[in-house]
Design a binder for this molecule. Sequence first.
Ligand code: FHF
Ligand code: ZN
Length: 187
Amino acid sequence: MITMDNIIREGNPTLRAVAKEVTVPLADEDITLGTEMMEFLHNSQDPVKAEELGLRGGVGLAAPQLDISKRIIAVHVPSGDLENPEPTLSAVMYNPKILSHSVQDACLGEGEGCLSVDREVPGYVVRHNKITLSYVDAAGVKQKIRLKNYEAIVVQHEIDHLNGVMFYDHINAENPYALQDGVLVIE
Ligand code: FHF
Ligand code: ZN
């Protein structure tokens, strides 16, 4: 089981490395890792399990955060709507790739945090508002999807980890809350 003890923190060089693509068909080891990464996200969002295990709630996890430099991410975005409890996005993605993106940019009004960063870093993290993404799913099938708004932001945060990029690399150092015209602020 993955816990916070398995998550490396900033300063570890693996977080600054470019991760390697996984082979397809997927190796059993990579399928198992993906399953465990998704289980971590589930546990971290379950108030009882998160308390028991001392987990920070997470909507995404990238293999390099486990000191495994492979292009594997898991994302699990809860709906937040009691009428419609299905997660808005839940997937393990192997070799995810942004094929194209909107001209429009977006950021989270609350800024971002990271399981590998044990401090608050204020400021807007400006990303693409919409992305078209390809990836290989847990069944080894190639997928192509379009994402926008919050789901697109989460996936970009995770893909950044595969490229050695941290969320605060995107924050304007002089004025963390400076925004170019037309950037969508997601509340
Ligand atoms: C998180 N937590 O998941 C943040 C961190 C924008 O690489 O967003 O470092 F648990 C992955 C509902 C809404 C339930 C939000 C991407 C952030 C990715 C993990 N929590 C949440 C929730 C959350 C990081 N990460 C603050 C831990
Ligand atoms: Zn992160």
